[in-house]
Design a protein around this ligand. Structure first.
Ligand code: ADP
Ligand code: ZN
Ligand code: ZN
Length: 760
């Protein structure tokens, strides 16, 4: 009877929404008398794909295939001895691919660091070597008979009398089974190159052994919790080992981080690991420092600043269980953990958890599903939870844990004042009452924080003589004027060009800034307060290593100072000397076409307000607006974020908007607007043929030009689909995606699908 070769289901780094079948031939070695071991799920393989060779990952092994066997190619090599991803992790990643209607390759491989995706061997620090025995050294080709492959291995091993590690042999196409056959014949053996016990390989993922239970967990004593903190910690630790989602709602300074630390303490004491997701590690170095200071265990960081080697090391520490605490940004949600114990998402409302291009996912949403699959509790912390999360509380899917007071000081946050600037003379955006308030706080020796949510010198450069404005040649956008270095910069496509000396339209040299960014704000404040140091924090001013650290240290020195910056300045920092926090322009959020703009503005204003008067000194918060009578702004100032959020939720419910419905946004882009429009129209027409659209269960809005139609020289068109029931929407997407993939016209435009979009 012919033994059928096994079929390996392999995901590859392609956007195609499928896996690929490859043979794992029993016939790799013609002289083999025992069946070659079938590689397990979760290992990497090298395969040929078209004319290229790719590294993929085995997600399944089967006897069956829909492809005629003679068309299947064999895998070229298996790269790992033990699986890199557990079956549970793989199942979750494949679910993620289905949920976002993405290629399984892109999703699954995003859980591996670049070096592993490139095929770099992962092996013990001191791997054992295969070495020929005396008998092996004397062996001849004739003596090996038909065992050609074994003979070739002998030839390879002869090259190095000290022996060769498995990774090298594998690179030459030899698997462990060939080595074992030589061993059985007494021709080769495996030798340790260093004393045993030093090198630890990838542990077997199937077995859970708490490796570090006996080491001390704490490096310092924890704080004594106040009653609401105690309740929060108890609630979570009483449900360790189960899926238990909770929202930790507390203003900045209410002691959320302390709650995380004490929950983690229990998790570590049980021999498990914690995964902590944060919006941006570089911005809040104090938080990381507190984790390191508290625990006598390894804390690894995963963020965009790591190079490939560092990333691989951190990934290994997490997946092998050596690191007890893993702190990372968005993509860290894909980090495998050997012994997961708890997941924490800090500042869960932050938009940076959403990946906005390529494989679009929301790390907070994925963390929830992962926690469910791994049966661990999850905490979502925020002073301003997203409406999505508040709706989960409302539905009873998520426990609300509230930290009402400030943990350290007794001050409650100040009530923000709306300062109406209609008809007021503005100096680069600052009104006289605001400047006077700054003066008052500075005179008292305090610090003042000003948020001006725009980078650069001025958002517009205009000719005073003829009204010409500098626009981007690639986008429907104005070029931002930057002073340091002097240039025009498009914030949408990154295009830069030198400042013109004269107006390109009329030739006059009277070019004026219109509006103000942080650079201009800094200049104006410097002229008005010449004796006060001004510290500017935005993406331009903190570029380069340690610049932010230096500036934060400067702020913490505590001398009177003016801090001006974008929303970067409002995020999670603890500035004890700041007593006045101001927002230069709150109007932006009130009249945007994006229904989420008000939610975001309310979050920003609340974060800014939280910066004022955090310690012993009374604080003041001033918000400049042209709409001081806006009911929502007033509700926010008088009653706080939660009350406004409840109102916004009611509005969302009435208008059937998420979180009370589910959306998917298709986008198409092409050098010609017609191509993008035609593709989205074809899609809309195809959707109309589907019963769920025809009967109104899903409705389609569009196609319409995107808010900024021309970007990077390409035209963008979008089509929104919305349904009250998620499953109905997803069924429709599952029909339309393969249809669109096969559509010939789809090649004339680039398209993408954004499930649960947060920007329309
Ligand atoms: P959040 O994460 O909500 O901003 P933190 O946990 O950072 O709050 O706490 C704010 C400040 O209060 C920190 O300086 C912290 O050390 C202190 N703190 C937190 N909990 C307590 C407590 N139970 N007793 C005393 N101080 C506390
Ligand atoms: Zn002009
Ligand atoms: Zn541009």
């Amino acid at each position: 009877m012919q033994v059928q070769d096994k079929v390996l289901q392999v995901v590859l780094p392609t956007p195609l929404r499928q896996w690929f079948d490859y043979l794992y031939p029993q016939s790799l070695d013609p002289a083999a008398d025992i069946a070659a071991e079938v590689p397990q799920v979760g290992k990497r393989v090298r395969v040929s794909f078209g004319r290229r060779e790719l590294i993929g990952l085995v997600v399944g092994v089967s006897d069956q295939t829909e492809v005629p066997r003679e068309k299947l190619k064999p895998v070229l090599a298996v790269l790992d001895e033990t699986p890199l991803l557990s079956e549970a992790m793989l199942a979750w990643l494949l679910w993620v691919a289905r949920y976002y209607h993405q290629g399984p390759g892109e999703c699954v491989l995003s859980a591996l660091p670049t070096l592993l995706r490139q095929g770099q061997p992962i092996e013990p620090e001191h791997p054992p070597h295969w070495q020929l025995t005396d008998k092996g050294l004397k062996m001849t080709a004739a003596g090996m008979g038909r065992a050609v492959k074994q003979w070739r291995l002998i030839e390879l091993l002869r090259l190095d009398p000290a022996g060769l590690p498995m990774s090298v042999l594998r690179a030459h196409g030899f698997e462990r089974d060939v080595c074992r056959r030589l061993q059985e014949k007494g021709l080769a053996h495996e030798v340790d190159v260093i004393p045993k016990g030093e090198g630890v390989g990838l542990p077997d993922l199937q077995h859970h052994t708490p490796v570090s239970v006996h080491k001390d967990v704490l490096a310092e004593s924890p704080l004594t919790l106040n009653a609401p903190q105690r309740e929060a910690v108890d609630c979570v630790i009483s449900r360790l080992g189960q899926f238990a989602p909770a929202v930790l709602l507390g203003v900045t300074g209410s002691g959320k981080t302390e709650v995380y630390l004490q929950v983690i303490e229990r998790v570590l004491a049980q021999g498990q690991q914690a995964l902590v997701l944060v919006p941006e590690i570089g911005l809040t170095p104090q938080t990381v420092a507190r984790f390191r200071q508290r625990f006598a265990r390894e804390v690894v960081l995963l963020h965009s600043g790591l190079n490939d080697r560092e990333r691989l090391a951190a990934w290994r520490a997490a997946s092998e269980g050596k690191a007890d605490i893993v702190i990372g940004t968005r993509s860290a949600v894909f980090t495998p953990l050997r012994r997961p114990g708890v997941i924490i998402v800090d500042e869960e409302h932050d938009a940076s958890f959403k990946q906005q291009d390529g494989f679009r996912y929301h790390a907070r949403d994925l963390a929830l599903v992962r926690a469910q699959r791994e049966q661990v509790p999850i905490m979502l912390g925020s002073a301003t939870p997203s409406l999505e999360t508040l709706a989960q509380v409302e539905r009873g899917h998520c426990t609300l844990l509230r930290l009402p007071d400030r943990a350290a000081a007794t001050r409650t946050p100040p009530v923000p004042q709306l300062l109406d600037i209609r008809n007021r003379r503005l100096q680069g955006g600052f009104s006289v009452p605001l400047l006077e308030a700054m003066q008052r706080h500075l005179d008292r020796g305090r610090q003042v924080l000003v948020v001006l949510n725009r980078r650069g010198f001025a958002p517009v450069l205009m000719c005073h003589a003829c009204g010409w404005v500098a626009g981007c040649q690639h986008c429907d956008a104005r070029m931002t004027w930057h002073r340091e270095p002097p240039r025009l910069h498009c914030h949408h496509c990154g295009h830069r060009q030198p400042l013109p000396d004269v107006c390109p339209q009329c030739g006059e040299a009277e070019l004026l800034p219109l509006g103000a960014g942080t650079e201009r704000g800094e200049e104006i404040l410097a002229a008005r307060f010449p004796d006060v140091p001004i510290i500017r924090i935005d993406r331009d001013s903190v570029r380069g290593k340690d610049r932010l650290q230096e500036k934060l240290a400067d702020i913490h020195a505590g001398h009177p100072a003016l801090l001006i910056g974008t929303q970067m300045l409002a995020k999670g920092h603890h500035f004890p000397q700041v007593t006045l926090a101001a927002v230069v322009d709150a109007d932006h959020g009130l009249y945007s076409s994006d229904p989420r703009a008000m939610e975001r503005m309310a979050q920003l204003l609340t974060q800014v307000a939280g910066r004022a008067g955090r310690e012993a000194h009374a604080g003041e918060v001033i918000i400049q607006t042209h709409h001081s009578d806006d009911p929502r702004l007033n509700l926010l100032c008088q009653s706080g974020y939660e009350v406004l959020a409840q109102q916004l939720l009611r509005e969302r419910r009435e208008s059937h908007w998420p979180p009370y419905s589910h959306q998917a946004l298709w986008r198409a882009e092409a050098p010609k607007p017609e191509a993008a429009q035609a593709l989205m129209q074809a899609l809309a027409d195809a959707a109309q043929q589907q019963p769920v659209v025809a009967n109104g269960s899903v409705f389609c809005l569009g196609p319409v030009p995107a808010p900024m139609e021309r970007r990077q020289g390409r035209y963008h068109v979008q089509l929104l689909m919305q349904a009250d029931k998620r499953s109905v929407l997803h069924q429709l997407l599952a029909t339309l995606v393969p249809w669109l993939e096969k559509l010939p016209e789809a090649r004339r435009a680039r398209w993408s699908l954004d499930v649960d979009p947060i920007e329309l």
